[in-house]
Design a protein around this ligand. Structure first.
Ligand code: RET
Length: 250
C-alpha cells in the first residue's frame, strides 16, 4: 500500500495558515467595533468567513477532515500496490459556507436582485458539492478516472454560471450604484474571478492528475485562501463607503 500524504512541511503550513486567519479575524473584529452599528453589514459577513476558515485550518492542523482516496497505480502493470492520496475534505465544508458568503458580499455591493443573488449562491453550492464528488470518487481504474473528470466538468460548468450572472446582471445592477461602489464591485469581482480560477487548476494538479505532492497542494490552496478571503475582506472593508451597506443593519 502506498500512501501519498502530507509531511512536516504540510503540517507546519496548516498551522501557519491557521495563525494567519486568526490574526486577520482579530483585525476585522477590531475594525467592526470601531465601525458604526448601522454600517456593520460587510463586517459581519467577513467575520463569519474568517471564523469558518480559521476553524477549518485548526481542524486540518489537528488531523481532522482527512480521507484517503484510492488512485490509479501509475501504470505499474499488474502491480499489487494500491495507491491512496490524502484528501482534506474539511476544505469543502469550509468552502460550502465561505464561498456563498463571499458571493453574498459581492452581490450586495452590486445591489443584485434577491432572485439573481439566490441563483449565484445555489450555483456555488452546486459547484462545491460536485467538486467534492470529483475529489472522493475512487479512481483505481479508468472508469473511476473518467467519473472524476466528469464531476470536475459539471462543477466547472456551475463555476461559469456564477460568473456569467455576476458579469452580466451584476454589472448591470452596479450601474445604478454610486460611482465608487460600481468601481469597487468591478475591481473585487474581476480580482475574485481570477483568484477563483486558480482553484480548479490546483485541483487538477493534485486531486485530478496527482502531479503535485500533498504538501504542495496544502501550500497552493493556503495561499489562494489567504488572497480569496483575507485579501478580499480587507480590500472590501477599507474601500467600501458607508452608503453601500444596503437596507440591512446588524
Ligand atoms: C473545484 C473542483 C472542481 C472544479 C471547480 C472547483 C472550484 C472551486 C473554487 C473554490 C473557491 C474557493 C474559495 C475558498 C475560500 O475563500 C471544487 C476545486 C470549478 C472556485 C474562494
Amino acid at each position: 500500500v502506498h500512501l501519498l500524504h502530507a509531511t512536516n512541511v504540510g503540517h507546519t503550513a496548516l498551522w501557519v495558515f491557521f495563525t494567519l486567519f486568526t490574526i486577520a479575524l482579530v483585525g476585522v473584529l477590531f475594525l467592526t467595533v470601531r465601525a458604526e452599528r448601522r454600517n456593520r453589514y460587510f463586517y459581519g459577513i467577513s467575520s463569519l468567513v474568517l471564523t469558518i476558515a480559521m476553524v477549518s485550518y485548526l481542524a486540518m492542523s489537528t488531523g481532522l477532515g482527512v480521507y484517503f482516496v484510492p488512485i490509479h497505480n501509475h501504470g505499474v502493470q499488474g502491480s499489487l500496490h494500491h495507491f491512496y492520496r490524502q484528501l482534506y475534505w474539511a476544505r469543502y465544508i469550509d468552502w460550502l459556507f465561505t464561498t456563498p458568503l463571499l458571493l453574498l458580499s459581492l452581490a450586495s455591493l452590486a445591489g443584485l436582485s434577491p432572485a439573481s443573488t439566490l441563483a449565484v449562491i445555489l450555483s456555488d453550492v452546486f459547484m462545491i458539492v460536485t467538486g467534492l464528488f470529483s475529489a472522493i470518487t475512487p479512481a483505481r481504474w479508468a472508469a473511476g478516472e473518467r467519473a472524476r473528470w466528469g464531476w470536475f466538468g459539471v462543477s466547472s460548468f456551475a463555476f461559469l454560471v456564477i460568473w456569467g450572472i455576476l458579469f452580466t446582471n451584476g454589472l448591470k445592477a452596479a450601474n445604478y450604484r454610486p460611482r465608487n461602489t460600481k468601481g469597487l464591485f468591478t475591481l473585487l469581482a474581476a480580482g475574485t474571478f481570477l483568484v477563483w480560477l486558480a482553484y480548479p487548476i490546483v485541483f487538477g494538479l493534485s486531486e485530478g492528475a496527482n502531479k503535485i505532492t500533498v504538501d504542495a497542494e496544502i501550500i497552493a490552496y493556503g495561499v489562494l485562501d489567504v488572497i480569496a478571503k483575507i485579501g478580499f475582506t480587507y480590500v472590501l472593508l477599507f474601500l467600501h463607503t458607508h452608503d453601500e451597506t444596503g437596507p440591512w443593519t446588524l
